[in-house]
Design a protein around this ligand. Structure first.
Ligand SMILES: Nc1ncnc2c1ncn2[C@@H]1O[C@H](COP(=O)(O)OP(=O)(O)OP(=O)(O)O)[C@@H](O)[C@H]1O
Length: 702
């Protein structure tokens, strides 16, 4: 602080006094002038600065030791006088110089003030920032080590400032930045394995570009990274929820605590016809159906409401509504409603039932109208079958292979009360005995290796309420016959591996081409089962006994194949009809079917009338017989030709020769039956199972 005396209270002195008032480094001890009316006196008095008419009065030290005297009168004689009389050690300067000094001082003080403020601000920033900061000067000596740096490094600023960074914190790399002058930006650093640090190191330069130090800023981004990951997770969850809400078929609506709509999904709009602009932000005072909004009820009671049936939307669709309060940390936040459209389910159930019925219908695809025949024998069989359809009794269909037994079974089922339930056909000859048992009666879990978990229903159970068609029943083994008898008697089945009987209500239609009476005599068919089956026997005569049916069946078949093959055959010529009637039809209607089918393939596209040369018949023609045969004709086909046999010179064993003959003959019969094994077995007089065995033995492809 400099003690100043201003001499001269005129304009110059007054201006200095006013300026010095604001300078901290200057103390004005007084102002003196010979003129007591000068304006400086007035200002001095208002500022409390001592005044005097003569300057000498201030040199006695009463108001402080004067160090500098400013001569502000601008009079040379006054300057000279003061120069002579001033005490030793005081400095005398003219007013003009003082003015300049005053300006410089003012500027300096302002700069200092600003610097102080900046320093304080910087200090506050450095102390409060979470970023650790370390600075070094051009010597590499630490000049700044803020509290965050202390926390991160575990070192105290007092011990660090003043020491060389390369010695105490070499991994700060500040000495390297200082050396190279190249900044190192956004460097990732692992710290204590758990902390991730992002570092920026920059060189510091003065106004001239000289390197004056370096600064390192370390930012702990562990938390930020965690938060970023959490935000990413949250975003994913949000997107997931959004897509669930948007894609679900259930209509969703959410309201806030006031009952104002805050969310609906597209299904809601589809179901209710209400769009977002009609719902979002709008009060839910009326519900999508009539009455008070269920959202409001739930907000009032805070209790969920479940499964309320309603009819909503322009189409009055049947829905079930569930509404629940949304409570977060014990606080009610709103309510969410889910509207489940059950009209769809009802429609689907209906469609499913229709489809099921259709499938069942398809399973039993023929009706009585599909049975062609006006012969007395056929009319009688149809009449019996129609009657049988009206009762639940067991039916036994008897007739040679291909006579239409299965056709009759379908027709009976479809004309019976059971027509909307299952029709299941089982070919008793085609399946091995053990498999047949589990197929027919089902099995319990663990009944045998490979048994399904939870067991399996048998066909009798499947057909419960419907019809089970046991084809080729004459081929059953004695033990299976006993089991079938039990079902017919007790109306219950025992699953394989099971101990408890299950009641079944399946109507049995059995079919056979075996002479059961002879089989009983031979001991291969149970008499008691025969009586159980023979409640309503229907005998379907072979085609050769009802040749008058041939033209009508032939035409029906032509019609069928026209549709299948896209042909336009219209009739069978009288000569061709004659050829058909002449033939004995050992394979019955099935063989006729094949013959007509083959003939149509032989016909040109332009031909519309079937002629004899189109018909290729494999079996024997009944010599000379043109009409109806009255006696059953044994239809054993050709014998092995002599030429087929190996020559004796080849010295083959009898077994080999017999085997070869067997192979040839089976192949030929199969060709005649168009690969129909049941029919082939019949012609060969062996069981179908034996035929399968022989086919395998001789490697015959069928
Ligand atoms: N009267 C008929 N009218 C029209 N088509 C018939 C007639 N009889 C049989 N068919 C047809 O002949 C073919 C053989 O009939 P189906 O399979 O019912 O005979 P099947 O006696 O059960 O033979 P198999 O004993 O070999 O099982 C079937 O395509 C059937 O539609």
């Amino acid at each position: 602080m400099i003690n100043i005396l201003i001499v001269g209270a005129g304009r110059g002195g007054t201006a200095l006094l006013r300026a010095f008032r604001d300078l901290a480094s200057v103390h004005v001890v007084g102002i003196a002038d010979v003129d007591p009316n000068a304006p400086g006196f007035v200002l001095a008095r208002s500022l409390g600065v001592p005044t005097g008419q003569r300057y000498e009065a201030f040199f006695d030290g009463s108001v402080g030791t004067v160090q500098v005297v400013i001569e502000a009168t601008g009079q040379a004689e006054v300057f000279k006088e003061i120069q002579e009389r001033r005490p030793k050690g005081t400095t005398l300067i003219p007013g003009a110089v003082a003015n300049l000094m005053m300006r410089l001082l003012l500027e300096k003080e302002e700069l200092i003030r600003q610097l102080t403020v900046s320093r304080q601000e910087l200090g506050a920033v450095l102390n409060s920032t979470y970023d650790a900061m370390i600075a070094v000067n051009s010597e590499g000596v630490i000049t700044l080590f803020n509290p965050a740096a202390e926390q991160l490094s575990g070192k105290v600023a007092g011990e660090m400032v003043g020491r060389r960074a390369c010695e105490v914190i070499p991994n700060s790399r500040l000495h390297i930045v200082l050396e190279t002058g190249v900044p190192e930006l956004n460097q990732l650093q692992e710290f204590h394995a758990t902390t991730r640090i992002l570092t920026n190191r920059v060189p510091m330069r003065d106004g001239q570009g000289n390197l004056v130090g370096a600064l390192a800023v370390f930012r702990d981004i562990t938390e930020i990274q965690k938060m970023a990951e959490e935000v990413t997770d949250l975003k994913e969850i949000q997107l997931l929820l959004q897509s669930i809400i948007h894609s679900t078929q259930d209509a969703i609506s959410v309201v806030d605590t006031e009952g104002r709509g805050i969310l609906i999904n597209p299904a809601y709009t589809r179901l209710t016809g209400l769009r977002e602009e009609e719902v979002i932000g709008k009060p839910a005072d009326v519900d999508i159906a009539e009455g008070e909004s269920m959202h409001l009820q739930v907000l009032k009671t805070r209790k969920p409401v479940r499964g309320v049936p309603m009819k909503v939307g322009p189409y009055r669709k049947e829905v079930l509504v569930n509404v629940a309060p949304i409570v977060v940390d014990g606080e009610l936040k709103g309510s969410v409603g889910i509207v489940h459209d059950i009209s769809e389910i009802e429609n689907l159930t209906k469609e499913l039932n229709q489809a099921k019925q259709l499938i069942r219908k398809l399973e039993a695809k023929y009706q009585f109208e599909d049975i062609i025949g006006s012969s007395n024998e056929m009319l009688m069989a149809i009449e019996q079958a129609r009657k049988a359809a009206e009762t639940p009794a067991t039916v036994l269909l008897r007739g040679e292979s291909g006579t239409g037994k299965e056709l009759f079974a379908h027709a009976i089922h479809n004309a019976s009360e059971r027509r909307y339930s299952q029709f299941i056909r089982v070919n008793c000859a085609a399946i091995s005995e053990s498999l047949l048992e589990s197929e027919l009666f089902g099995y319990e879990e663990g009944a045998f290796t490979g048994a399904k978990r939870g067991g399996k229903k048998g066909l009798f159970e499947e057909a419960s309420g419907g019809t089970i068609f046991l084809d080729e029943i004459g081929e059953l083994s004695m033990s299976m016959q006993a089991k079938i008898l039990r079902v017919l008697q007790e109306k219950e089945i025992l699953r394989v591996g099971g101990a408890k009987a299950t009641p079944v209500n399946a109507r049995v239609i059995a079919a056979t081409n075996v002479n059961l009476e002879r089989a009983i005599q031979q001991g291969t068919f149970r008499e008691d089962l025969y009586y159980r089956l023979n409640v309503l026997p229907i005998i379907i005569p072979p085609l050769r006994y009802r040749k008058e049916d041939i033209p009508a069946i032939g035409l029906r078949l032509i019609h069928k194949y026209n549709q299948e093959y896209g042909r336009g055959v219209e009739q069978i010529s009288p000569l061709a009809v004659g050829k058909l009637i002449e033939y004995q039809w050992p394979g019955n209607v099935r063989e006729l079917e094949n013959a007509i089918g083959r003939a149509m393939i032989n016909m040109k596209f332009t031909e519309t009338v079937m002629e004899p040369h189109h018909l290729i018949l494999y079996g024997h023609q009944a010599p000379g017989s043109g009409g109806t045969a009255t006696q059953p004709v044994a239809w054993v086909a050709e014998t092995v030709e002599d030429a087929d046999l190996p020559q004796t010179g080849e010295l083959r064993s009898l077994d080999e020769v017999v085997g070869e003959a067997e192979r040839l003959y089976i192949t030929r019969v199969l060709r005649q039956t168009n690969g129909n094994k049941t029919e082939a077995a019949k012609r060969l007089g062996i069981a179908v199972r034996s035929l399968y065995y022989k086919l395998e033995k001789y490697g015959i492809q069928s």
